[in-house]
Ligand binder design. Structure first.
Ligand code: FCB
Length: 528
């Protein structure tokens, strides 16, 4: 372990000597909870976080790096998908993105100035092993430089190995994640990365949001590689989980002291009518196909029986070989939690729907293999610029559920590895963005995190999505999530009001008292 990161790690690493409670191996039934209506002491006033709480910002390789065909990098599935007519808004791609490949020293300096303590970034498999063939030393050298720059600035590198940019050759020539062999190739890539920078990187996340990679990529067709098959999505999901487990085993063997984990995305599915069995079943099916299909194998060592039943006709079980669940449930230290919003779910279609997807012309399918007849309904909550409802109390409930059902019994720490919002930022005449809506979004979600901590969830850090405005997948550059504005013409960075505020929160380890806003009525967010 390096000296620079040691002080951070000591405060949050799971004690390797602590006994690991074995996974019970049996799945839990879906038990809906109800929106919280209580106002806690954290709702207003200054809210302090536990000592050592880690304050970070997140990005992903394809969304920020650019240099997509430089120094030996070759196409990933996203480079190819972005060119498919109608797949991405304005057919935009990550060729240049935020040009972080060339501008990383300035971006690291910016984080240091702001007071950000950890940078969650991803490495690009397509840069490191282009075409899935041989290791590209120039690609590895980039991450070597980036990590040194971060350590030099006293910022903890929080590395994610896969944020959706599979080498296109593995997709085209070997059937991508539908092929079991891709899981083993991922393990080899993980080892390659560790051989190169494992002496300086202590936190390793295997995958970001395998749900999106599997089901938006292979079933819904909204993401690369754009396939629309329920069978392929389920095969991809299992092989992604297997890839995670194989990588954890290999990394653990190389670095017993490392902090290993995975980041999953979560929604909180509430039955629209909690007394209607059809609504409860619709919520159960979405919860199963979103949360439990990954959380149960990884954290409890078994697929949920109801999920297996829901998707029986699509062949998931033929991919589950003897021993797979032991590999997939190899103990980890941290669970990364990405949370943006929850849903009210019903068996009845809504009169008016809230479409949170990108307005693209390429036809797509329902990403949930068992989601037919399950509909989400708007609840009248405020929405972000992407029509995502703002629901901070959902985060409190989610963290408490994870603690109780998944991570607590195994001694695994929780980190919120993504949370944030797209708003239609309007720069003032001087270029400054006074993004009070984003600032308030983060404020209410941090208060919701503190509620969960106060009620027993072992949450040890928070990463804002995102450090920079960046390439928002099927939305192209049309949605801005950054704490820092990026002018895509000039690549100029301007810290937004939310970024300044977030930096102060990180330095103080506390959310300051919430100032009243003139338009508080229209924007008011229900309090956790
Ligand atoms: C998450 C992704 C991240 C970003 C945010 C808005 O699902 O992990 O790359 O696009 O959503």
């Amino acid at each position: 372990m390096t000296q620079t990161t040691d002080s951070f790690l000591r405060s949050f690493r799971t004690d390797p000597a602590a006994p690991r409670v074995p996974a019970p191996g049996t799945a839990l039934p879906f038990t809906p909870s109800a929106p919280r209506t209580v106002t806690t002491p954290n709702a207003t006033g200054t809210v302090r976080f536990p000592d050592g709480f880690l304050w970070g910002a997140a990005t992903a390789a394809y969304q920020v790096e650019g240099a997509a065909h430089e120094d030996g990098r070759e196409d990933s599935v996203w480079d190819v998908f972005a060119k498919v007519p109608g797949a991405v808004l304005n057919q935009e791609d990550g060729e240049v993105a935020c040009d972080q490949y060339h501008r990383y020293p300035a971006d690291v300096a910016l984080m240091k100035d702001l007071g950000i303590k950890a940078y969650r970034f991803s490495t690009s498999w397509s840069r490191v092993i282009p075409g899935g063939r041989e290791v590209n030393p120039a690609g590895l050298a980039y991450y070597d430089r980036l990590v040194d720059e971060l350590l030099g600035a006293g910022i903890l590198p929080w590395l994610t190995l896969y944020h959706w940019d599979l080498p296109q050759a593995i997709e085209a020539e070997s059937n991508g994640w539908v092929n079991r062999d891709t899981a083993y190739r991922f393990r080899d890539y993980a080892v390659t990365m560790h051989e190169a920078i494992g002496d300086r990187v202590d936190v390793w996340t295997t995958l970001n949001e395998p749900w999106c990679a599997a089901f938006l990529g292979y079933t819904g067709g909204q993401h690369a590689p754009g396939r629309q098959s329920r069978e392929d999505g389920l095969a991809a999901a299992h092989h992604l989980s297997l890839a995670h487990g194989l990588a954890v085993q290999a990394l653990r063997e190389r670095a017993p002291e490392a902090n290993l984990g995975i980041t999953l995305n979560f929604e909180v599915e509430d039955p629209l009518d909690p007394d209607d069995p059809a609504d409860i079943d619709a919520a159960r099916r979405l919860d199963g196909g979103f949360t439990r299909i990954f959380a149960d194998p990884i954290l409890r060592g078994a697929y949920p029986a109801d999920v297996l039943e829901d998707v029986r006709e699509y062949g998931l079980e033929q991919h589950i070989k003897d021993g797979d669940l032991e590999i997939i449930s190899t103990p980890i230290d941290s669970l990364g939690v990405n949370y943006y919003h929850g849903n009210a779910v019903s068996a009845r279609p809504p009169e008016r729907s809230l479409d949170g997807g990108a307005p693209v012309s390429r036809p797509s399918s329902n990403p949930f293999p068992a989601g037919d007849g399950a509909y989400t309904h708007p609840r009248g909550l405020p929405v972000t610029d992407q029509n995502w409802e703002v629901q901070p109390e959902g985060l409190t409930r989610l963290l408490l559920r994870l603690q109780q059902d998944y991570t607590g019994p195994r001694g695994i720490a929780l980190y919120v590895t993504e949370n944030g919002s797209a708003y239609d930022d309007v720069p003032g005449p001087d270029g400054f963005v006074d993004d009070q809506d984003r600032l308030e979004f983060i404020d209410v979600h941090l208060r919701a995190v503190k509620d969960a901590i106060d009620e027993g969830a072992d949450v040890r850090g928070y990463f804002g999505w995102s450090l920079l405005d960046n390439y928002e997948w099927a939305w192209g550059y049309g949605k801005r999530f950054g704490l820092v504005r990026v002018d895509y013409e000039t690549q100029e960075r301007t810290v937004k009001a939310s970024g300044r505020w977030y930096g102060q929160v990180a330095r103080a380890n506390a959310v300051p008292e919430r100032p009243a806003r003139p338009d508080d009525d229209s924007k008011a967010v229900p309090q956790a």
